[in-house]
Design a binder for this molecule. Structure first.
Ligand SMILES: CSC[C@H]1O[C@@H](n2cnc3c(O)ncnc32)[C@H](O)[C@@H]1O
Ligand SMILES: [Zn+2]
Length: 435
């Protein structure tokens, strides 16, 4: 039984350079976009008996793609603000995370999934623990996700091995599951928490499994200095020597880079997840995004966790990416609005190995799309919708969300998650953790 539906009289911001804005119709069949065109839908579309969706007063665009986060840490939102990364991580996050159960990860990830759907994210990357529980939430919520069991190697060799085996087992169980909506990467947490030989073991496992690698890298100046002290080289060269860039890889942050390191990342085809809000909140610095883009590096956007942001609204990351680098460089043309929107959609898909699957409204690609209501003062005048989406919109403007052609949000009502139950359980989980 084909599930076919047709949006009429909509404005589609496709992110397809061939036809960037389409005033017209979009058809979906099952999980993929079946057609897109200007004006009225052709008669044959209507004869297919598709369910009709009235697109008047709405902008449609590809679902947003959040390429770095730790969803369950939404339970720790606001717990430890105004701290530098190492203090925040070692003295506040890790002691609380040591108490996390699988249920805590389930409810923390659920509240994050609800927030992401409500703010227009359709795909997210998650690096955490208890990943089976994270995968359960992805299955139930209908989101698309790249999941990675983050491993910290500051432990005895037998525990290192147990963690690596857990990550390998998770990858074998879940890669390609949830109707293909779940993909997996392998993740050494960071160069400062994983000894070199351990990173090499994780790299070898990833190559054996045919999976990309993901890690935190060069987030703070202190991290870079410590890497030089410990290993005699900066993190980029250190990870390159360990083979981390020998295949598909995505690094989070990449804040403190030299010109030579930018060139190496470009040459190796390493993608970067730029997390501007988290980098500012932890006083880590500002990544050299204009130089990375100019060098040809794929730069996407991530929120990091709600404990260092403190929301998961990717519209905010898009807007900040378009503003921050203008201010830092003094160049008003740095990261123009269309590029910032590509970072939150197309470049996100490329960073996650999902290019040609999602991130663009184009026949044949997955029906991962969102709508934004434009009957609001901050969308007046109806001039440049890309400008409004980047410089005026927020996640609160999202009305509808579809992933794989299945609706997850209708007029801001969650359809796959019980928002009230999730809020209750997430609060209860935090109250227990805090006790
Ligand atoms: C091993 S699971 C993930 C691990 O990462 C920690 N984390 C959260 N945010 C950051 C960040 O910005 N830099 C480094 N590590 C981070 C999280 O607390 C988990 O322990
Ligand atoms: Zn992180």
């Amino acid at each position: 039984m084909k599930n076919r539906w047709l949006i009429e009289n909509g404005t589609f911001i496709t992110m397809d350079p061939q036809q960037p804005v389409v005033e017209g119709w979009l058809a979906v069949e099952n999980d993929r976009i079946a057609g897109l065109g200007t004006g009225q839908a052709p008669d044959e579309e209507r004869k297919l008996g598709a369910e009709l969706v009235d697109g008047r007063g709405k902008l449609y665009l590809p679902g947003l793609i959040n390429t770095h986060g730790h969803a369950a840490m939404s339970l720790l939102r606001g717990l430890a603000d105004d701290l530098r990364l190492q203090d925040w991580l070692e003295n506040h996050m890790w002691p609380m995370e040591a108490k996390f159960t699988g249920d805590d990860v389930y409810w923390g990830t659920s509240i994050a999934a609800a927030e992401m759907i409500l703010s227009g994210t359709t795909t997210f990357l998650d690096m955490y623990d208890h990943m089976d529980r994270v995968a359960e939430v992805v299955e139930q919520s209908g989101l698309r996700a790249v999941l990675t069991r983050g491993v910290i190697g500051l432990c005895p060799p037998d525990v290192q091995t147990a963690k690596l085996n857990d990550a390998i087992g998770f990858a074998k169980s879940w890669h390609g599951q949830a109707g293909g909506r779940i993909r997996v990467m392998m993740s050494p947490h960071a160069p400062y928490t994983c000894p070199p030989d351990y990173i090499e073991r994780i790299v070898a496992a990833a190559r054996e499994l045919g999976l990309p690698l993901h890690t935190h890298m060069s987030e703070t100046a202190a991290e870079v200095a410590q890497n030089v002290k410990d290993y005699g080289v900066r993190p980029v060269e250190h990870l390159d020597r360990l083979g981390l860039f020998s295949g598909p890889s995505l690094v989070a942050h990449a804040v403190h880079l030299t010109d030579e390191e930018i060139a190496l990342l470009a040459e190796r085809g390493v993608a970067v997840s730029h997390n501007p809000v988290s980098n500012l909140k932890l006083a880590s610095g500002v990544a050299r995004v204009p130089e990375l883009l100019k060098a040809g590096v794929t730069v996407s956007l991530g929120t990091d966790s709600a404990a260092s942001n403190n929301n998961l609204d990717l519209f905010e990351e898009i807007r900040l990416a378009a503003l921050l680098h203008k201010g830092v460089t003094g160049d008003p043309t740095a990261v123009p609005a269309p590029e910032a929107l590509r970072m939150g959609t197309v470049y996100g898909a490329k960073s996650l190995g999902l290019e040609g699957e999602t991130g663009v409204l184009q026949p044949g690609l997955k029906a991962d799309l969102i709508s934004v209501r434009t009957n609001k003062p901050h969308f007046v005048p109806a001039t440049d919708y890309v400008s409004h989406l980047v410089y005026a919109a927020s996640g609160a403007d999202v009305a509808d969300v579809w992933v794989d052609g299945k609706q997850l949000l209708r007029e801001r009502q969650l359809l796959t998650l019980d928002a009230e139950r999730i809020r209750f359980e997430a609060q209860r989980a935090f109250d227990r953790l805090r006790a």
